[in-house]
Design a binder for this molecule. Structure first.
Ligand SMILES: NC(=O)c1ccc[n+]([C@@H]2O[C@H](COP(=O)([O-])OP(=O)(O)OC[C@H]3O[C@@H](n4cnc5c(N)ncnc54)[C@H](O)[C@@H]3O)[C@@H](O)[C@H]2O)c1
Length: 255
């Protein structure tokens, strides 16, 4: 039986680790071929080697904040995969801090990777994906892009910015590219440290208690939960869905 993504040629930025790696693995399982583009070329190469038993996967080193690097990564990915019809703009930095304290370098880094990087990758692939047709762009936002949390003003601003681009590109690139965002919630297997939970005891115990007290579905999400949504959005099952921003957060944000 064919996979749900047979014939899909996908680039996953930030695919060396975390959610991006889970997406790359899920895409391979559904028979897409995959490029992971990551600033850490060595880890990306290791991830590609680890996942290569499941299908065709290449690693390309790329800093998404660089116009030159995103353009050359796009050209190489299109060449190696024979075209690209799925782009997952997943590379991102986490970072918290009170507005009165967050240092300028952190503000610049968050804006550069989470917002400019997403825009540059969209720009690098847009024409080729539009010309190919039946293409899909997925932009990784966050529940922090939709709702306010203390210490996430800058991170939240970048993720809300991604949603603004997402809405505009869904219209601009129609009818040839569907453009959707995913808003992950609290991921159990990655991202514990930046919540300030590390060093407070057993991370999974703290996480599970937090989930029971704060999340309607009473559990943290996993990277695979996000990957499953990324598979659905890249598949023809989502052929009528564009301009959406899908919450995968157990009900914390419900719009
Ligand atoms: N983990 C969470 O709880 C959570 C929640 C909501 C949203 N998100 C978003 O999901 C995405 C993935 O998060 P994660 O938790 O898997 O992060 P992670 O830190 O585990 O992985 C991020 C990957 O991006 C790469 N990267 C960082 N800067 C880069 C750059 N300039 N160019 C190219 N690659 C770069 C890193 O090397 C790494 O491989 C991010 O956009 C993040 O904001 C995560």
């Amino acid at each position: 039986m064919a996979g749900r993504l047979t014939g899909r040629r996908a680039v996953v930025t930030g695919g060396a680790a975390g959610i991006g790696k889970a997406i790359a693995a899920a895409y391979l399982r559904e028979e897409a071929s995959v490029v992971i583009a990551d600033i850490d070329a060595e880890i990306a190469q290791g991830t590609a080697e680890e996942l290569s038993e499941f299908g065709t996967i290449f690693a390309i080193g790329c800093d998404v904040t660089s116009l030159a690097e995103t353009r050359s990564m796009a050209a190489e990915a299109i060449d190696r995969l024979g075209g690209v019809n799925v782009l997952v703009n997943n590379a991102g930095l986490s970072g918290r801090g009170l507005i009165t304290e967050i240092p300028e370098e952190r503000i610049d880094a968050l804006l550069a990777v989470n917002l400019k990087g997403v825009i540059l990758c969209a720009q690098a692939f847009a024409q080729a994906m539009y010309d190919t047709g039946n293409a899909v762009m997925i932009n990784m936002s966050s529940q922090a892009g939709k709702r306010g949390w203390p210490e996430l003003s800058v991170y939240g601003a970048t993720k809300a910015g991604v949603l603004g681009m997402n809405r505009a590109l869904a219209v601009e690139l129609a009818p040839h590219v569907r453009v959707n965002a995913i808003c992950p919630g609290y991921i159990s297997d990655v991202g514990m440290a930046w919540r300030g939970w590390e060093g407070r005891g057993d991370a999974s115990e703290i996480g599970n208690k937090f989930a029971r007290d704060n999340i309607p579905l009473q559990r943290l999400q996993s990277a695979d939960d996000i990957a499953n949504t990324a598979v659905f959005l890249a598949s023809d099952e989502a052929r009528e869905i564009t301009g959406e921003a899908i919450n995968v957060g157990g009900g914390v944000v419900t719009d």
